[in-house]
Design a protein around this ligand. Sequence first.
Ligand code: NAI
Length: 357
Amino acid sequence: MQAFEAGHEQVIMREDVHTGLRAIIALHSTVLGPAAGGCRHWVYANPAAALDDALRLSQGMTFKNALADIPFGGGKSVILGTPGERLSTRQLETFGRWVDELGGRYVTAEDVGIHVADMRVIARTTRFVSGLGTATGLGGDPSPRTAEGVLYGIEAAVRTRFGADSLAGIRVAIQGLGNVGFHLATLLNQRGARLWVADIADDRVRRAVKGLGAEALSVDDVLTADVDVVAPCALGGAIDHRTACALRAPIVAGAANNQLASDDMGDLLSERGVLYAPDYVINAGGVISVAGEYLGKEDPAWVDSRIAGIGERLQAIFERAAGSGEATSRIADQLARERLARAARDDLRGNGGRAVA
Ligand code: NAI
């Protein structure tokens, strides 16, 4: 789901003259529930680029949440940063007030450049926040749960492609050993997979080589390594035309958002016989965890079963793609649209239309 489609419910651009804070909050859809999606703090080339990011990311959240079986629509916010800037307490509190004024139609959490400590400051001025973690251990940093979901997705892909029920001996190349990538490497290592890793930060690579027995690859070679699975866990756009043509792995399954540089890359992977796990389906573990925290789901089964469901959902997408000959990315988009259309119809009929929490 890369191409931007019009139809956002509400987009707000605000500037605070006192603190210099500039932010955009984009609510793409509240059909399934409050628009949920993190807040990104990033230096953009210009405000139009920030708006484009907010529109695209919030639409992506609608699709992600729709397929994650959580009662939330899609939204996203971006804070327009300046190089080297750290957000002040007053700026974070101001942002919280803007979120609060939306009365719960938007729920925010961490994204790139916003950490748990920032969220705790934002939470002083709004309760429509998640990803803080609770005393009982609910939620908090979503990265480990994202990695867990990616692991289930890789298992489903390996089962589909190789008919194997175990990851023992499966060769996986991971691009990016950050919060999610390193957790994923650890989980794969525990399951007996063989690891190849690359990161622009050498210390992270050294840690994986030393601690997990991984082999280091250069950042230029990792996506085209001769392995069974390539797991993009760095930035978006990993699969462009050049990479899609040069890929040697029969499976692409990783955590990064917006892995396909354009929609037709999904078709190209499919034509080349590469099994692609659609990014917003496989990387939903974190948002499921954050949703459970927001809803106060103390029973771990609520979150655990949904994260485990990522594997089953992908399996269903792989099967439908095999049956129809369409790309897995197109099938995921269709399923998300179907769920949204069903909920909108239910709403019109007065059935509430909301997913059951
Ligand atoms: P992170 O910032 O902790 O890690 C990214 C890693 O990629 C860093 O170690 C960085 O040095 C490395 N990197 C950057 N460019 C690279 C390149 N060209 N080649 C190799 N390595 C490179 O980010 P995090 O949280 O681990 O997220 C990774 C991806 O997963 C992002 O695309 C993010 O949007 C996505 N994601 C993360 C979720 C989470 O729970 N943290 C949830 C859903 C998606």
